[in-house]
Design a protein around this ligand. Structure first.
Ligand code: GLP
Length: 246
Protein backbone atom coordinates (compact mmCIF):
# COMPACT_ATOMS: atom_id res chain seq x y z
CA UNK A 1 0.00 0.00 0.00
CA UNK A 2 1.29 3.42 -0.95
CA UNK A 3 1.15 6.57 1.16
CA UNK A 4 2.15 9.36 -1.22
CA UNK A 5 3.41 12.64 0.23
CA UNK A 6 4.22 15.49 -2.16
CA UNK A 7 6.42 18.27 -0.77
CA UNK A 8 7.48 21.70 -2.02
CA UNK A 9 11.21 21.33 -1.65
CA UNK A 10 14.09 19.16 -0.50
CA UNK A 11 14.01 20.47 3.07
CA UNK A 12 10.34 19.63 3.48
CA UNK A 13 11.01 16.20 1.99
CA UNK A 14 13.85 15.62 4.45
CA UNK A 15 11.68 16.71 7.37
CA UNK A 16 8.86 14.37 6.35
CA UNK A 17 11.28 11.48 5.76
CA UNK A 18 12.86 12.05 9.15
CA UNK A 19 9.44 11.83 10.83
CA UNK A 20 9.09 8.30 9.40
CA UNK A 21 12.51 7.23 10.69
CA UNK A 22 11.97 8.99 14.02
CA UNK A 23 8.75 7.10 14.64
CA UNK A 24 10.58 3.81 14.10
CA UNK A 25 13.55 4.79 16.30
CA UNK A 26 11.33 6.19 19.06
CA UNK A 27 9.61 2.82 19.33
CA UNK A 28 12.72 0.74 18.85
CA UNK A 29 16.16 2.15 19.73
CA UNK A 30 17.73 -1.04 18.31
CA UNK A 31 15.88 -0.78 14.99
CA UNK A 32 17.27 -2.31 11.83
CA UNK A 33 17.54 0.37 9.15
CA UNK A 34 17.99 -0.35 5.47
CA UNK A 35 19.96 2.52 3.99
CA UNK A 36 20.45 3.92 0.51
CA UNK A 37 22.98 6.15 -1.21
CA UNK A 38 22.43 8.76 -3.91
CA UNK A 39 21.38 12.39 -3.57
CA UNK A 40 17.82 11.63 -2.44
CA UNK A 41 18.49 10.54 1.18
CA UNK A 42 21.18 13.17 1.97
CA UNK A 43 18.69 15.60 3.57
CA UNK A 44 17.27 12.78 5.69
CA UNK A 45 20.74 11.82 6.90
CA UNK A 46 21.42 15.47 7.82
CA UNK A 47 18.26 15.45 9.93
CA UNK A 48 19.35 12.22 11.64
CA UNK A 49 22.72 13.80 12.47
CA UNK A 50 21.02 16.94 13.76
CA UNK A 51 18.69 14.83 15.93
CA UNK A 52 21.70 12.97 17.33
CA UNK A 53 23.56 16.20 18.08
CA UNK A 54 20.70 18.27 19.45
CA UNK A 55 18.25 15.73 20.89
CA UNK A 56 20.95 13.26 21.89
CA UNK A 57 19.44 10.26 20.15
CA UNK A 58 21.84 7.34 20.29
CA UNK A 59 22.44 5.00 17.37
CA UNK A 60 24.67 2.67 19.33
CA UNK A 61 22.14 -0.18 19.18
CA UNK A 62 20.93 0.51 15.65
CA UNK A 63 21.82 -2.01 12.96
CA UNK A 64 22.12 -0.92 9.32
CA UNK A 65 22.15 -2.69 5.98
CA UNK A 66 23.03 -0.78 2.85
CA UNK A 67 21.37 -1.67 -0.40
CA UNK A 68 24.37 -1.84 -2.64
CA UNK A 69 28.03 -1.20 -3.42
CA UNK A 70 30.05 -0.78 -6.60
CA UNK A 71 32.22 -3.68 -7.69
CA UNK A 72 35.98 -3.15 -7.97
CA UNK A 73 36.05 0.22 -6.33
CA UNK A 74 38.28 0.44 -3.31
CA UNK A 75 36.25 0.83 -0.11
CA UNK A 76 38.12 4.09 0.53
CA UNK A 77 37.58 5.43 -3.00
CA UNK A 78 35.79 8.80 -2.81
CA UNK A 79 32.78 7.36 -4.71
CA UNK A 80 32.39 4.04 -2.92
CA UNK A 81 29.10 3.72 -1.06
CA UNK A 82 31.09 2.89 2.07
CA UNK A 83 32.74 6.33 1.82
CA UNK A 84 29.37 7.91 1.03
CA UNK A 85 27.80 6.48 4.17
CA UNK A 86 30.70 7.57 6.36
CA UNK A 87 30.72 11.08 4.93
CA UNK A 88 26.97 11.60 5.04
CA UNK A 89 26.01 9.76 8.22
CA UNK A 90 28.18 7.29 10.09
CA UNK A 91 31.05 9.67 10.96
CA UNK A 92 28.60 12.02 12.69
CA UNK A 93 26.52 9.66 14.83
CA UNK A 94 27.47 7.17 17.52
CA UNK A 95 26.74 4.09 15.44
CA UNK A 96 28.82 1.01 16.21
CA UNK A 97 30.58 0.18 12.93
CA UNK A 98 30.25 -3.52 13.88
CA UNK A 99 26.50 -3.07 13.34
CA UNK A 100 26.98 -1.58 9.87
CA UNK A 101 26.60 -3.82 6.83
CA UNK A 102 27.61 -2.82 3.30
CA UNK A 103 28.40 -5.34 0.57
CA UNK A 104 32.12 -5.77 -0.09
CA UNK A 105 32.65 -4.58 -3.64
CA UNK A 106 36.20 -5.89 -3.56
CA UNK A 107 35.47 -9.43 -2.51
CA UNK A 108 37.75 -12.10 -3.94
CA UNK A 109 34.80 -14.34 -4.71
CA UNK A 110 31.53 -12.58 -5.48
CA UNK A 111 29.45 -15.73 -5.22
CA UNK A 112 30.63 -16.13 -1.65
CA UNK A 113 30.13 -12.44 -0.89
CA UNK A 114 26.54 -12.25 -2.15
CA UNK A 115 25.64 -15.35 -0.16
CA UNK A 116 27.35 -13.96 2.95
CA UNK A 117 25.46 -10.68 2.65
CA UNK A 118 22.07 -12.31 2.14
CA UNK A 119 22.73 -14.69 5.06
CA UNK A 120 23.61 -11.80 7.33
CA UNK A 121 20.53 -9.87 6.21
CA UNK A 122 18.27 -12.86 6.81
CA UNK A 123 19.29 -12.89 10.50
CA UNK A 124 17.49 -9.55 10.90
CA UNK A 125 14.17 -8.02 9.92
CA UNK A 126 14.59 -4.56 8.43
CA UNK A 127 12.19 -2.18 10.18
CA UNK A 128 12.39 0.48 7.51
CA UNK A 129 14.22 0.42 4.20
CA UNK A 130 15.16 3.77 2.66
CA UNK A 131 15.06 3.69 -1.14
CA UNK A 132 15.77 6.00 -4.03
CA UNK A 133 14.70 5.18 -7.56
CA UNK A 134 16.70 5.16 -10.76
CA UNK A 135 15.40 7.06 -13.78
CA UNK A 136 14.78 3.62 -15.33
CA UNK A 137 12.82 2.45 -12.29
CA UNK A 138 15.66 0.56 -10.61
CA UNK A 139 15.68 0.11 -6.84
CA UNK A 140 18.99 -0.58 -5.15
CA UNK A 141 20.90 -1.53 -8.28
CA UNK A 142 18.23 -3.95 -9.49
CA UNK A 143 18.04 -2.95 -13.12
CA UNK A 144 14.99 -3.55 -15.36
CA UNK A 145 14.66 -7.26 -16.04
CA UNK A 146 15.90 -8.37 -12.61
CA UNK A 147 13.65 -11.18 -11.35
CA UNK A 148 11.33 -10.19 -8.51
CA UNK A 149 12.53 -13.32 -6.67
CA UNK A 150 16.16 -12.13 -6.71
CA UNK A 151 18.20 -12.04 -3.54
CA UNK A 152 21.59 -10.28 -3.11
CA UNK A 153 23.54 -10.63 -6.34
CA UNK A 154 26.10 -9.06 -8.64
CA UNK A 155 24.39 -6.86 -11.21
CA UNK A 156 25.63 -5.53 -14.51
CA UNK A 157 24.78 -1.82 -14.68
CA UNK A 158 22.83 -0.43 -17.63
CA UNK A 159 24.46 2.28 -19.71
CA UNK A 160 21.71 4.70 -18.63
CA UNK A 161 22.56 4.07 -14.96
CA UNK A 162 26.27 4.52 -15.61
CA UNK A 163 25.49 7.78 -17.42
CA UNK A 164 23.27 8.98 -14.55
CA UNK A 165 26.11 8.34 -12.10
CA UNK A 166 28.93 9.61 -14.35
CA UNK A 167 28.64 13.06 -12.76
CA UNK A 168 30.38 11.69 -9.67
CA UNK A 169 33.38 10.35 -11.61
CA UNK A 170 36.10 11.96 -13.73
CA UNK A 171 34.71 10.29 -16.85
CA UNK A 172 32.15 7.67 -17.89
CA UNK A 173 34.98 5.15 -18.24
CA UNK A 174 35.63 5.43 -14.51
CA UNK A 175 32.04 4.50 -13.57
CA UNK A 176 31.98 0.87 -12.40
CA UNK A 177 30.23 -1.57 -14.72
CA UNK A 178 28.92 -3.81 -11.93
CA UNK A 179 27.54 -3.58 -8.42
CA UNK A 180 26.51 -5.90 -5.64
CA UNK A 181 22.94 -5.20 -4.67
CA UNK A 182 20.32 -6.56 -2.33
CA UNK A 183 17.81 -8.33 -4.55
CA UNK A 184 14.20 -7.36 -5.04
CA UNK A 185 12.97 -10.14 -2.76
CA UNK A 186 15.50 -9.00 -0.12
CA UNK A 187 14.17 -5.43 -0.29
CA UNK A 188 10.53 -6.54 -0.18
CA UNK A 189 11.06 -8.27 3.18
CA UNK A 190 11.40 -4.91 4.95
CA UNK A 191 8.47 -4.10 7.24
CA UNK A 192 8.25 -0.59 5.85
CA UNK A 193 9.72 1.14 2.81
CA UNK A 194 10.50 4.84 2.56
CA UNK A 195 11.10 5.90 -1.03
CA UNK A 196 12.46 9.35 -1.83
CA UNK A 197 12.72 11.02 -5.23
CA UNK A 198 12.90 14.51 -6.62
CA UNK A 199 13.09 16.37 -9.95
CA UNK A 200 11.20 15.88 -13.21
CA UNK A 201 13.92 13.44 -14.26
CA UNK A 202 12.25 10.88 -11.95
CA UNK A 203 8.63 11.69 -12.93
CA UNK A 204 8.28 8.87 -15.46
CA UNK A 205 9.72 6.25 -13.12
CA UNK A 206 7.48 7.47 -10.28
CA UNK A 207 4.34 7.28 -12.44
CA UNK A 208 5.30 3.81 -13.69
CA UNK A 209 5.99 2.63 -10.15
CA UNK A 210 2.59 3.81 -8.88
CA UNK A 211 0.29 3.30 -11.85
CA UNK A 212 2.13 1.11 -14.30
CA UNK A 213 1.78 -2.63 -14.62
CA UNK A 214 3.66 -4.68 -12.05
CA UNK A 215 6.47 -5.84 -14.26
CA UNK A 216 10.13 -6.72 -13.97
CA UNK A 217 10.71 -4.08 -16.67
CA UNK A 218 10.08 -1.50 -13.94
CA UNK A 219 11.63 -2.95 -10.78
CA UNK A 220 10.00 -0.34 -8.51
CA UNK A 221 6.52 -1.46 -9.65
CA UNK A 222 6.95 -4.49 -7.36
CA UNK A 223 6.33 -2.10 -4.47
CA UNK A 224 2.62 -2.04 -5.43
CA UNK A 225 2.42 -5.40 -3.65
CA UNK A 226 4.22 -4.26 -0.47
CA UNK A 227 1.92 -3.57 2.51
CA UNK A 228 3.58 -0.33 3.70
CA UNK A 229 5.40 2.04 1.34
CA UNK A 230 5.74 5.75 2.12
CA UNK A 231 6.67 7.72 -1.00
CA UNK A 232 7.99 11.24 -0.43
CA UNK A 233 8.52 13.23 -3.62
CA UNK A 234 8.67 16.81 -4.78
CA UNK A 235 6.17 18.37 -7.19
CA UNK A 236 8.42 17.85 -10.20
CA UNK A 237 8.76 14.12 -9.51
CA UNK A 238 4.97 14.00 -8.98
CA UNK A 239 4.26 15.88 -12.21
CA UNK A 240 2.95 12.87 -14.13
CA UNK A 241 0.56 11.90 -11.34
CA UNK A 242 -2.96 13.35 -11.04
CA UNK A 243 -3.32 16.78 -9.39
CA UNK A 244 -3.93 15.29 -5.95
CA UNK A 245 -0.61 13.44 -6.21
CA UNK A 246 -2.27 10.08 -6.94
C1 GLP B 1 21.99 4.85 -7.53
C2 GLP B 1 21.73 3.95 -6.34
C3 GLP B 1 20.25 3.78 -6.13
C4 GLP B 1 19.60 5.15 -6.07
C5 GLP B 1 19.80 5.87 -7.36
C6 GLP B 1 19.13 7.24 -7.39
O1 GLP B 1 21.76 4.21 -8.73
N1 GLP B 1 22.30 2.65 -6.48
O2 GLP B 1 20.03 3.05 -4.95
O3 GLP B 1 18.25 5.01 -5.81
O4 GLP B 1 21.18 6.02 -7.51
O5 GLP B 1 20.00 8.23 -6.98
P1 GLP B 1 19.61 9.71 -6.67
O6 GLP B 1 18.95 9.70 -5.35
O7 GLP B 1 20.91 10.44 -6.64
O8 GLP B 1 18.73 10.18 -7.75
Amino acid sequence: MFTIIVKENKQDMANAAFEVIKEVLDQKPNAVLGLATGSSPIGLYKKMIEDHKTAGRSYKDVVTFNLDEYVHLDRNHSQSYYTFMKEHLFDFIDIDLNNVHIPNGNAEDFEVEVERYEDELSKFHVDVQVLGIGSNGHIGFNEPGTPFASTTHKESLKESTRNDNARFFASIDDVPTHAITMGIASIMKAKKILLLASTSYKAKAIAAMIHGPVTENCPASVLQSHPDVVIIIDKAAASLLADDGH
